[in-house]
Ligand binder design. Sequence first.
Ligand code: 8ID
Ligand code: ZN
Length: 353
Amino acid sequence: TIPQTQTAAIVPAVGSDLEIKSQHPVKQAKDLKPGECLVHISHTGVCHTDLHAKQGDWPVKPMNPLIGGHEGVGRIVAIGENTPNSPVKLGDRVGIKWMADSCLNCEFCRRGFEMNCPNVKLSGYTVDGTFSEYVVSYTNHVTVIPDNLDSAGAASILCAGVTTYKGLKVSNTKVGDWVALPGAGGGLGHLAVQYAKAAGLKVVAIDTGAAKEKMVKELGADAWVDFKTSKDLVADVKAATGGAGPHAALVTAAHKSGYTQAIQYLREGGTLVCVGMPDAEMGANAFWTVFKSIRIQGSYVGTRQDAVEALDIAAAGKVKVIFESKQLKDLKDVYEDLEHGKIAGRIVLEVSK
Ligand code: 8ID
Ligand code: ZN
């Protein structure tokens, strides 16, 4: 049975403090529209994007009041009446990603740019997200979780995993190439390290602090550069790759400094994949971008298919989310730690049993 109320973490207004409400209403089965499903969330990851949403520091503003969260896993407990050809059924264990829904019929959806659909719904941004026990989602876009992947471990694949997997797909690299990963010790970055190794790439991990260094080395990074202690980061990254610089850089740093140096250390003909989203200029010099034939490529989450593939690779044991478990009520502290770069890997919240 579906309760009338639930616990949810709510941002009442842009930039204001988070409130944990225990009496938040649950949308009942009879009120679901066709194509909607109600998911009972067991686990959700916390992404730096959720912090951007809480702070309202992006040029595209979130709705408020807002329930954030877009790395959720749970069971479908209801499906809207008159939902045609639902690809999922009651009881299925599914994931909710940033892209909660898209029309599937416009030019962008047809071309595999679902995230750019003019009618896209963004979980935890333009529709309520996974920081609540029950969330309304959409049958066409929820992702079935492979049986041999546990929910806590699967959650962060839905954003951090999909996004870095897709970013590497568009990085124009092949087996044996070097990729630099500024932000390697964070939620996205530590999965980028693993997807890159699974793809046969050599990795220069760039981040700061002993905990992140230890983690990325254990995950297979071939070289490490600490961006805070390095005296000449560009020289150190080039040296790590035998002098010529990496073939690609996938930037998941949430600060523009992660971008500025990438153009400088990239190898001629290299690709800069932009994933981290500070609202800032990234400082690409026109002369060097041309002179070195650099390609600059934005990469925004991934499609439904990218989500299936990213989960399959995790289910095959090639990629594992490194996370610490916390509760929904701890979300405030998690945001603080994220803001100060204190989290190596991810935090995954246990929302319900
Ligand atoms: O679709 C997308 N493109 C997408 C999807 C999901 C998230 C983009 N994002 C964005 C988020 O909105 C955020 O801006 O990617 C960024 C990173 O998200 P995250 O991995 O969830 O954040 P984190 O766990 O805080 O990791 C960021 C890491 O960057 C390091 C920090 O130390 C931290 O470990 N870092 C920073 I800040 N500046 C750096 C620098 N100059 C740096 N590492 C290397 N060099
Ligand atoms: Zn995210």
